[in-house]
Design a protein around this ligand. Structure first.
Ligand code: FES
Length: 147
């Protein structure tokens, strides 16, 4: 399966790339097998994610999914962002080749990790709100986690 035009577009012209100096939450996650790393920064005001930036040291699919994920959560409430699944990100990109599905899991994890950091910084335990940050959804048989 080839990459969709949307994947190629977000890989070649990723949106919201960069760092944020005064982020309200910073998440960093990595895929233990391929070693790729994704860092996500969020700015939050009145429970709404007003700005988001990311840096991905990883494969093209990881870059495209993180780019699309930032687009999908910008301007959304924290609750809405927490509901964003890697499947929704993949659908927004018109799909990914099966061997690349695990890359999209990083984007979902990075958002949850940034939101968890936001709550931690506010002195709130994030686990009841964000949940355990999943290593992988294990559904596709392409899981690369080391459990
Ligand atoms: Fe590592 Fe895609 S191969 S995230």
């Amino acid at each position: 399966m080839a990459y969709s035009e949307k994947v190629m577009d977000h890989f070649a012209n990723p949106r919201n790339v960069g760092e944020m100096l005064e982020a309200d939450g910073i998440g960093e996650v990595g895929n233990p097998k391929c070693g790729d790393i994704m860092k996500m920064y969020i700015k939050v005001k009145d429970n709404v994610i007003t700005d988001v930036k990311f840096k991905t040291f990883g494969c093209g699919a990881a870059i495209a999914t993180s780019s699309m994920a930032t687009e999908l959560i910008k301007g959304k409430t924290i609750d809405e962002a927490l509901k964003l699944t890697n499947k929704a990100v993949m659908e927004a990109l018109d799909g990914l080749p099966p061997v690349k599905i695990h890359c999209s899991v990083l984007a979902e994890q990075a958002i949850k990790s940034a939101i968890a950091d936001y709550y931690t910084k506010k002195g709130i335990n994030p686990t009841p709100i964000v949940g355990e940050i999943p290593c992988c959804d294990h559904e596709h048989g392409s899981c690369n986690c080391v459990e």
